[in-house]
Design a protein around this ligand. Structure first.
Ligand code: GAR
Length: 244
């Protein structure tokens, strides 16, 4: 039995597509995307999900009490027996009840090296504009577990991407997005495999570290992710997580 995965997305859903494309390369995948949810009725992500034959649902979030949204979200997730959630360009804060029900089973991708350039209002092009304005020479995506705050949960993986002189925000965004498409499916795959076996994967270094700073190829990143995930809970790592 493969582990049902839900992807939540507000926009284009290119990361969703990258996950679906990666899933299609797996023999007997231990996980599968079973549900796509969007807070935007016209999100391209919903179209991508439907085109792949996946149950894809618009969920009204704007103007509704958080408790109602949480209840409907949990009903949807439970009806599909979801075991892992991947936020892929989902721009709403996840209600605390949903975070609590999926702690360490919900991940997000952010297009900068957290904890820098994250938090409420930091999404999409704004992130890349802020990176350029800061003069940073390096940026890159972060995948982290989701907690009750925007972009704050324990970091699972990061992949540095150079900022080049004269970069416009959209040029930098495209360079980072290409790496997101490589990194995110591999992290989802490792989490999905561990959870499908009934193991709880842990982040592999203390949050705040650029774990993959020396990784320059996809093979390097795959090795780092594979080496880093620990089956079961490693007490030292748990303690580190709890301090954040
Ligand atoms: C991605 O760059 C993702 O990292 C970012 O939104 C984009 C979604 O693109 N997420 C955030 O900024 C979250 N704070 P996509 O819809 O094409 O996958």
């Amino acid at each position: 039995m493969s582990l049902p995965v839900a992807v939540l997305a507000s926009g284009s859903g290119s990361n969703l597509q990258a996950i679906l494309d990666y899933q299609a390369t797996l023999d007997a995948p231990p996980w599968r995307v079973e549900l796509v949810i969007s807070d935007q009725e016209d999100a391209r992500a919903l179209e991508r999900g439907r085109r792949s034959g996946i149950r894809s649902r618009f969920l009204q979030v704007a103007g509704r009490p958080s408790g109602d949204v949480a209840g409907e979200t949990l009903d949807l997730l439970r009806s599909a027996d979801i075991g892992l959630i991947a936020l892929a360009g989902y721009l709403r804060l996840i209600p605390a009840d949903v975070v609590g029900a999926f702690r360490e089973r919900m991940v997000n991708i952010h297009p900068a090296l957290l904890p820098a350039f994250g938090g409420k209002g930091m999404y999409g092009m704004r992130v890349h504009e802020a990176v350029l304005a800061s003069g940073a020479r390096v940026t890159g995506p972060t995948v982290h577990f989701v907690d009750e705050e925007y972009d704050r949960g324990p970091i699972i993986a990061q992949w540095p991407v150079p900022v080049r002189a004269g970069d416009a925000p959209h040029v930098l965004a495209a360079r980072v997005l290409r790496v997101e498409h490589l990194l995110y499916p591999r992290v989802v795959d490792h989490l999905g495999r561990a959870l499908a076996r009934g193991c709880r994967p842990t982040p592999f270094s203390p949050p705040g570290t650029v774990f993959l700073a020396d990784s320059r190829t996809v093979a390097d990143v795959e090795r780092a992710i594979a080496a880093g995930f620990v089956d079961g809970i490693a007490p030292a790592l748990r303690a580190t997580e709890q301090r954040t």
